[in-house]
Ligand binder design. Structure first.
Ligand code: NAD
Length: 321
């Protein structure tokens, strides 16, 4: 039986994930769903945001539906999200942004770069090690090349090789692999790329980049489609896969029933694709579009629908032929 670990996490995760799960359960009541309770709230209650047994529970699932976890900017607090990505070796973070006339997937390296977690602090200096390995770069660019081949698209390599030597390394490995694969590719400095992506989204298909650049670029790119409430993501490794909205726990709107659940529902659709149910994924996207075009929208899109109300409308649309 297909088993799905469900992590609500913190903040609006408690609102958008039950909606996404409702949609999934409607299409796949036969899946086994089990909750894994990790997050900052667990740290506040018990001093431990994520135990080893939680990691083992996540590893036991066929796929993970994930909300978002608050990471307080405290020196001694270890990010649960980074821990899970590393423990499950979820090296490829795929963040699709599609709209009228453009179809982009940002392929972000997810386990190293500036989020290596190797940091040294003393009262006079704080340093973070930006780690770019050959193995890490080869596997992320191969994933991006594979997507570019499947979509018959252009591969763009985003980097800052003019300033950062570890990005000369990253760029050169990406170029070598792209030449070997015989695909169309170009490379751009990440700052110029960020603006150009907004001005000319139709010029991009697959964008591969390092961890923090990919994180920032995908938040920026969400502007093209109406904001963070709409963009899903897949975190893929060799043995595990986790699906989560690009947005975080949004403490400013948590508990108000106004968060947009579309990014979470689309993440569930990406999960179905991963599990082999492409038609389920297509049905979900059609239902979302149907509901939005009927004028049922959350506040971020100019509407007045609540999170749950929007989710119920999507499930209702799925009922209809
Ligand atoms: P955020 O994505 O939570 O919020 C940024 C802005 O977008 C906020 O104004 C928020 O209200 C809005 N927003 C986000 N999702 C929305 C939705 N579904 N509908 C409507 N509006 C939405 O980013 P942040 O404020 O920088 O971070 C808040 C917390 O989330 C931090 O602790 C951060 O570390 C964490 N975070 C976690 C993840 C993750 O778990 N993968 C990702 C990003 C941020």
């Amino acid at each position: 039986m297909t088993s799905i670990a469900v992590v609500e996490g913190d903040g609006i995760g408690h609102e958008v994930i039950p909606v996404a799960r409702h949609v999934l359960s409607f299409l796949h009541p036969e899946y086994e769903y089990f909750l894994v309770d990790v997050g900052y709230h667990r740290w506040e209650e018990t001093g431990c945001p994520c135990a080893d047994r939680d990691i083992e529970a996540l590893k036991s699932a066929d796929a993970i539906l994930f909300g978002a976890i608050t990471t307080p900017p405290m020196k001694d607090y270890q990010s649960v999200v980074l821990r899970i990505r590393k423990a499950l070796d979820l090296y490829a973070n795929l963040r699709p942004v599609s709209g009228d006339g453009f179809d982009i997937i940002i392929v972000r390296e997810n386990t190293e770069g500036l989020y290596s977690g190797i940091e040294v602090n003393d009262p006079h200096r704080a340093t973070t090690l930006r780690v770019v390995t050959r193995k890490g770069t080869e596997r992320i660019v191969r994933k991006a090349i594979d997507l570019a081949q499947r979509k018959k698209g252009l591969l763009t390599i985003g980097h800052k090789a003019n300033v950062i030597k570890s990005d000369v390394f990253f760029r050169d490995i990406c170029i070598t692999e792209a030449k070997k694969a015989g695909i169309r590719f170009n490379d751009k400095y990440i700052d110029a790329l960020a603006l150009d992506l907004l001005q000319h989204p139709d010029r991009y298909n697959i964008v591969v980049t390092t961890n923090m650049f990919g994180d920032i670029l995908s938040d920026v790119a969400s502007f093209l489609v109406g904001g963070l409430g709409l963009v899903p993501s897949a975190n893929i490794g060799e043995h595990h896969a986790l699906f989560e909205p690009v947005h975080g726990s949004a403490p400013d709107i948590a508990g108000k029933d106004c968060a947009n659940p579309v990014a979470a529902i689309r993440s569930a659709a990406m999960m179905l694709e991963y599990l082999g149910d492409n038609s389920g994924a297509v049905r979900i996207e059609q239902a979302i579009r149907h509901v939005i075009s009927a004028g049922i929208k959350t506040r971020d899109l100019g509407g007045r629908a609540g999170t749950k109300e929007f989710g119920d409308a999507v499930v209702k649309a799925l009922h209809e032929p």
